[in-house]
Design a protein around this ligand. Structure first.
Ligand SMILES: [Zn+2]
Length: 171
């Protein structure tokens, strides 16, 4: 094989020569930034140490409606499911969603206003309840999410350490 001169070789004429690469000057004092999502300290792998009785259960609109259809007492069946005290929680936007449904869903509204339910105030913009619940459980992993909505369940499943409660077969 023929030996070839490197294009940077000094023996080539100046104009044919490949120019030496300029070294990018980097400030050694500059901080290197990386975006790494913080791992929640309450999780031991998949095990969430923040969960425990009394369980705080974020309830969404369709969960209440389904429990009425299935003739389930919401609080009682939650406790039957987990064998522990449960506190159902209703956020402002879920409450607004139920109120918007009107007369036909007045039973749901009455259940949501039950004194055993805890009311969680919302500070976010918008009134989309699904986003609200997802945002809440991402920040605070002390909740169980009760929903029968497939899309919401799919979104919650991606968040580690957040269990889902749902209704099927009247349970
Ligand atoms: Zn909200």
């Amino acid at each position: 094989m023929k030996r070839m001169l490197s294009l940077r070789d000094q023996r080539l004429k100046e104009k044919d020569r490949l120019k030496p690469k300029k070294k990018e000057k980097k400030d050694p004092g500059a901080l290197k930034e990386r975006e790494v999502p913080q791992h929640p300290s309450c999780l031991f792998f998949q095990y969430n140490t923040q969960l425990g009785p009394p369980y705080h259960i974020l309830v969404d609109t369709n969960f209440i409606n389904f429990s009425i259809k299935a003739k389930l007492d919401l609080v009682q069946s939650m406790m039957d499911c987990l064998y522990a005290k449960c506190i159902p929680c209703i956020t402002d936007c879920v409450m607004a969603e139920i109120e918007k449904l009107g007369q036909k869903y007045r039973v749901a509204l009455r259940i949501a206003k039950d004194p055993r339910f805890e009311r969680l105030p919302c500070t976010h913009k918008g009134t989309y309840a699904d986003d609200c619940l997802v945002q809440r459980v991402t920040q605070h992993k002390c909740y169980i999410v009760a929903t029968v909505d497939r899309d919401l369940k799919r979104r919650i499943r991606k968040i580690p350490g957040v269990p889902i409660m749902y209704i099927s077969n009247h349970r």
